[in-house]
Design a protein around this ligand. Sequence first.
Ligand SMILES: C[S@@+](CC[C@H](N)C(=O)[O-])C[C@H]1O[C@@H](n2cnc3c(N)ncnc32)[C@H](O)[C@@H]1O
Length: 250
Amino acid sequence: MKASQARSISTNQTQVHEELHKILARHKLNDFQRPIAHHTAVAFNDMLAWLGAFSGDLILDAGCGVGESTINIAAQYPNTKVIGVDKSIVRLDKHKSYALQLSAKKNKTSSESTHSVGPNYLLLQADLNDFWRLLATYIQENKPIWQVSKQFILYPNPYPKKSQIGKRWHGSALFPVIVNVSANIELRSNWRLYLEECLLGAKYYGLGGNISEISIDGSTLAYTPFERKYMESNQACFKLVIRSSGRDKK
Ligand SMILES: C[S@@+](CC[C@H](N)C(=O)[O-])C[C@H]1O[C@@H](n2cnc3c(N)ncnc32)[C@H](O)[C@@H]1O
């Protein structure tokens, strides 16, 4: 699907935000208190019903947009269940046409296995600010037989103005909850500084990680529409892979 040309990041911030340490320290000590929206609680229960007696690995595609990445992740990890979450019904409603395009592409090149549509994913309309908290609480209280083995956060809104630091995931009060759900996180962005800040946040929780540029040599298939848009306008894209030292490696 052809996307419009992407504008590159315009920001008044040239280095890691000077308040980030203070912000991370504050959020580590204080719980994120805000009532859970009803529609997200309903979506969360839908997910539990869909999982049923499933006892394997669960992958979260946070901010999945049209869910193209959810399909790609589901195909790449066929033994897992993948949950794509986005708050935008406009984007989620476009999923079907993206899924059909990917499946048509797959039928043309039958040897290519990375882009196929499988039954192991679910898309949900929900606010991640609530969904992540519901997930963390559910895991803690119910010790489910499934585990969140990995999280993808692909091209979140970078909120590039200095004053928007609190809106970036690592600058938000939700960050401790995010790493608690699963420390095995892959985050992609066309703004490297976003990833550098997030890595610093991860280190606050004793986690490691590294940042690399995503190759755009033509052999790389874009994972998401935003990635495709950035690559088509010759912008560099980067990924941060955060890993816990032990349990949930993938
Ligand atoms: C820049 S788009 C990237 C979409 C997709 N990952 C891609 O790469 O094509 C960011 C997405 O995050 C979603 N999003 C932002 N904040 C969210 C929130 N609090 N809860 C759920 N989705 C959110 C937006 O609706 C949007 O679809």
